[in-house]
Design a protein around this ligand. Sequence first.
Ligand code: FE2
Ligand code: FE2
Length: 377
Amino acid sequence: MNILLYGGAFNPPHMGHRHAVETFKEAHMPDKLIIMPTGTSPHKPLPAYSPSNAQRLELCRAMFGDIAEVSDIEINSNDTNYTIHTVQKLLQQYPGAKITLGIGSDMLLALHQWYKVDKLCQIVEFSALSRCHDDDTTLERQALYMQQTYGAAIHMLKHDAIEISSSTLRVQLRRGDLPQHITPLLPYIDELGLYRTKSEKLSTSEIQRILQTTLSDARYRHCMRTAEFAAELAHCHGLDATEALRAGLWHDLTKEFSHAEQAAVADNFKLPSSCHGQTAACLCFDKYGESREVAHAVAVHVCGEIGMSEFAKCIYIADKCEPGRDYLGVAQWRKLAKIDLNAAFIAIADELTGWRISQSKPAAPKLLAVRNWLMGM
Ligand SMILES: [Fe+2]
Ligand SMILES: [Fe+2]
């Protein structure tokens, strides 16, 4: 029996891992393909916000279950997991099997440091993925060294890798982003509230209490009006009015934070900037348990975003047109928004751009880009 074994922390597993598994499968056509999530060591625990071992196992089954068998040998073991021991356990289970270890190029370069590598090389072969940008000369030199020193059999596989790391994904998941390389697992991750601090929502009165203690009275009342108009717009367009109300409430949560407070939130969530929309989105998702849809709308309420959802457009427009706004033309936009969100967004973007130019300020490039996207330009 030919077994292809591919191990890793898979915290979380993603499409890059799946693509690697598919490459191994196509190249080796194994009788059995085994995914081996690593166990956690008391000396080297998984990073904060990581799921439990049982949940990580479930994530792996959801990601690979249709193309591979997911093993719990390592994840359910209390001992330090060395590959040599895992392979020996598999050989007891499948006597006489030929085991090929699927590894990445980084692992190939460190292979000589593996525990009991000399013994390991006698009982397995290796299949090493080389990414398009990898230095093949270095990899081939290492493969030759391993062959000459330990008798290792190493097959090199050129691989068009999906460049994404689990650590980047963990940050994106925690701040409420919608990372595309993990899309199939998102419903499960959100249902169980993985990779975040809290996933139970507050009541609207609890949200209001937080806003009252965080914001000035004028800003608090703006948030209340934005929330109510956002809910009205959502209702007009067949969207979730309750969620729109919540997004409207949260949208300016951090608007009156000091520069240092904004920077601290941005730093905590590894945000590229400390825009108040983005910091508010991170807090309302991670700390206050809102949905990704609400977090996305809050994140983009300042300038919009190309590809933004209809729901997010409601929050953007409600913020600019709530009944407390009294600039020229706003009454018309309120009416227009109930019929056509895109037309209202474009009208608002044009007005804001015109106003900025009249104040000798440059037009906001991001807003212009969204406006042009909506115009189909
Ligand atoms: Fe705002
Ligand atoms: Fe606002």
